[in-house]
Design a binder for this molecule. Structure first.
Ligand SMILES: [Ca+2]
Ligand SMILES: [Ca+2]
Ligand SMILES: [Ca+2]
Length: 240
């Protein structure tokens, strides 16, 4: 008998389901703790999605857990189809679909931070695909981190050296600072009520508390910081 690729996939799924059935009593509990479930949403099919059969929502959740790169999945009650998104982040696009539920892992660490650099306790992903400041912030959060916050001179030197090495020609990199109260300084997103313990602003910056509230390491100023217009489209740095 010839075994085709699709037979293999089916066999794999059946085996997985069999193994999982032994612990079925823990399924609902697991789903509640590990996933947020959105009603009537389905993950949009993409190059990163796989459709597999699952007996239930909980089974679909477990299949997602078994896939190292899965953060979001969806399950259709009608067809028992479980769609696993394996794009290594939690930003899968979902659409309204009656009878479907989308699951998102509550705490997700990408399996491997590709092309990341580490310093101290932190890992950084420097992303040259440009975005507005708030898009950058959302993207970092989807990767499981935040826009980078530079709290010490040592951290600042590390990041600056890294950016000089890259020399990619982008005009700047968004960081996780914002002028929350439209005054003369910026604050870190994680500490909106506190002065920055360390800062590395370029001369005469920050200078536009109304129109430039977002923090950027500016290439032409040797990556010293400026307040920039949050709608500028720029590269950015995520910190994990
Ligand atoms: Ca930091
Ligand atoms: Ca401020
Ligand atoms: Ca400025």
């Amino acid at each position: 008998m010839m075994i085709t690729d699709s037979d293999c996939l089916r066999m794999y799924v059946v085996m997985t389901v069999t193994v999982l059935c032994f612990s079925s009593s823990h399924f609902s509990e697991l789903t509640e703790v590990i996933f947020t479930v959105h009603s009537e949403e389905s993950v949009l099919s993409s190059q990163y999605t796989d459709d597999v059969y699952a007996e239930s929502l909980s089974m679909c959740a477990l299949m997602c857990l078994l896939q190292e790169k899965c953060c979001v999945a969806s399950f259709s009650d009608e067809t028992s189809m479980c769609r696993l998104d394996k794009s290594e982040n939690c930003c899968a696009v979902t659409i309204l679909a009656v009878g479907s539920r989308a699951l998102k892992q509550n705490k997700y660490y990408p399996p491997a931070c590709t092309k990341c650099v580490s310093f101290g306790m932190s890992t950084y992903k420097i992303i040259e695909v440009t975005a507005t400041w708030s898009e950058a912030m959302n993207n970092c959060s989807c990767f499981g981190g935040n826009l980078a916050e530079i709290e010490t001179e040592a951290e600042s030197e590390f990041i600056t050296n890294e950016l000089f090495t890259r020399n990619t020609g982008v005009f700047g990199y968004w960081l996780g600072g914002y002028n929350f109260n439209k005054d003369s300084d910026l604050e870190w997103i994680s500490n909106p009520n506190e002065r920055m313990p360390y800062f590395n602003f370029a001369p005469n910056e920050p200078n536009q508390p109304d129109s430039e509230r977002c923090l950027m390491a500016f290439t032409n100023f040797n990556f010293e910081w400026v307040d920039g217009n949050c709608h500028w489209i720029s590269a950015y740095i995520c910190e994990f």
